[in-house]
Design a protein around this ligand. Structure first.
Ligand code: PXP
Length: 236
């Protein structure tokens, strides 16, 4: 199981003082030593954490998969075309949200998403869509030409008891359906050291994209060890 480490929140801490520390670039070798298979950043329209300069440097130094999460906007598409990350994950973005709150509404934005995917494919950039665990959205993701989907695990992560079991079944069935639709499948959002194991047991998942819990743990035990512990939990 691949582990993509989202380093946005290192930049969140830096932006708290608008200074230079801590620099998310410094996270790269440590995350990789801990076993990260990829580095993810979300360049937001309001630049609240990751900055354009971060992305430019990451493109030069990241030796593993560099995954750029971004909204479907003209500005972001031109940045992706210029930087050429290894993977673009299209996500919905609202200015006031604390984090990405739900999956993409592929039905509503079908044409725009299709055009964005075509543009990115012309630059040989594979595209993943961040979507809710919903069969109809998975089918639409295939129709618009996406290569992969990332199933939103936030509702699973926030649920408890029986409802968490129900949410787990939804994620599991969606993963299987996405594979039937010939899409590669990832999962992420809200995963932590307690709830990740069950998701990691879904054999068909290619990789997990995890940020907040790893960076939070890294504050106490260091990034390399925090990544290593997560990698150990999701190991097959
Ligand atoms: N995947 C996507 C598409 C996201 O937007 C985020 C949050 O930036 C994550 C995964 C990681 O979520 P978390 O920080 O809760 O692990």
């Amino acid at each position: 199981m691949l582990l993509g480490v989202n380093i946005d929140h290192i930049a969140t801490l830096r932006q708290a003082r608008r200074g230079i520390d801590p620099d998310p670039i410094m996270a790269v070798p440590l995350a990789i030593l801990g076993g990260a298979d990829g580095i993810t950043v979300h360049l937001r329209e309001d630049r609240r954490h990751i900055q354009d300069r971060d992305l430019e440097i990451l493109k030069k130094i990241v030796p593993v998969e560099l995954n750029l999460e971004m909204a479907v906007t003209e500005e972001m598409l031109s940045i992706a075309e210029k930087i050429k990350p290894d993977l673009v994950t299209l996500v919905p973005e609202k200015r006031m949200e604390l984090t990405t709150e739900g999956g993409l509404d592929v039905e509503k934005h079908k044409l725009n998403i299709k055009k964005a995917i075509e543009r990115l494919h012309r630059k040989d950039i594979p595209v993943s869509l961040f979507i809710n665990p919903d069969k109809n959205v998975i089918k639409l993701s295939r129709e618009v030409g996406s290569d992969m989907v990332e199933i939103h695990t936030g509702t699973y992560a926030n649920a408890k008891g029986k409802s968490q079991e129900n949410e787990f079944e939804r994620v599991k069935n969606s993963v299987k359906y996405a594979l039937e639709c010939k899409l590669l499948v990832n999962a992420g959002h809200g995963l932590n050291y307690f709830n990740v194991k069950k998701i990691a047991e879904i054999y068909e998942i290619r990789g997990l994209y995890i940020g907040h819990s790893i960076i939070s743990r890294a504050v106490f035990i260091g990034l390399e060890q925090a990544v290593r512990e997560m990698k150990q939990l999701i190991k097959r």
